[in-house]
Design a protein around this ligand. Sequence first.
Ligand code: GLU
Length: 406
Amino acid sequence: MVEKKIYEFQEPEAAAPKERETMAAKRLAGVPASGTVALSNLVSHMKSMGIDIVSFSMGEPDFVTPENIIEACKTSLDAGFTHYTPSAGIPELRKAVASKAFSDNKIHCTAKNILITPCKHAIFMSAMAFLDPGDEVILPDPSWVSYEACIRLAGAKPVYIPTKFDDNFIIDPSHISLAITPKTKMIVLNSPSNPTGSIMPCETIKEIAKIAIENDLMVLSDEIYESIIYEGNHHSIAAVPEMFDRTITISGLSKTYAMTGWRLGWAIASEKNMKELDKLQTHSISCCVSFTQPAAVEAITGPQKDKDDMVKEFKKRRDLAVDLIRDIRGLDVNVPKGAFYLFPRYDSKVKSEILCTKMLEEAHVAVTPGSAFGPCGEGFFRLSYAASEAQIIEGLSRIKRFMLSL
Ligand code: GLU
């Protein structure tokens, strides 16, 4: 029997009194644990109890890290490369990331602009380094769970701007303009998007850049899904003229090379901003794991066939899952152009947290409630199709029966 309330998606106000009963600092009040990670923990727990769960919860490729990358890591371990590295990362890796950013993203940067750090830590450090209490940060609704948490932990205020199913969840830049106040400091972008898979068109990015420049705002651009694109192209806002100095671009190896457990990513920033991030790195993790960094060089500069095959496989799965979802009464879904998430809308007044808890308990299928990603996510759930075709078919037939039973 599954215990209820193992994971909760609380409003900050609801969470506050409970937090204060502990000795936790006030800054933690109102910041729930990550909904995606909590759900994944719950799924692992249920599986360990022998329950046959189909999990569409975690955003992580189900492929094994390519062999050449694993070999490079073994080689560096065998060579005794097991000590601290420079805080910003080994020079070869910073250089490899800078050339990749130049050739793939058209971002004019050098190794001096690169900080090697886990992606989520880069987001956390960006909030700590550039936000003061009272600052406002504009971010799309829905968006990934940890942006809001990092903003709040820095004492700043998240200001959501709505995006709509009918617009493929693409930001309307005029909503950004409307949300700007004298306190606005930063805009958070994430294309391809988690949880919707939508990709920002180049024109939209240019309009947002214009707004950022006119209003002297920073941009935090999380581009972790940049390589998982099925139609269209990825565009980096840091490549737009005059944007580099005010943008922190974040990406990494987790999704592109199925390396989530390696915790390896990077931030690209102006030298001045990079120094602030590096300062925080020296006081937090010191540096990334040493022996994984030469393997990261191999990932970026070595053969890319495994990565390309993985993207082809994701596209097949996306198409399969979209067809199966569209065949379920009460569900509707867009065809996202990137990432590996579907964000179906369901036709019921039940809150998404309740629907997903019921789905997990009764159908043994794990999906993430849309409300975890912001108020506009209510009435939706997120399905990560980084799962085998067999799991997609089985999981969606369970969801079909479950939706009929509602
Ligand atoms: N980013 C992935 C997800 O959204 C991994 C979990 C997390 O970091 O939130 O599922």
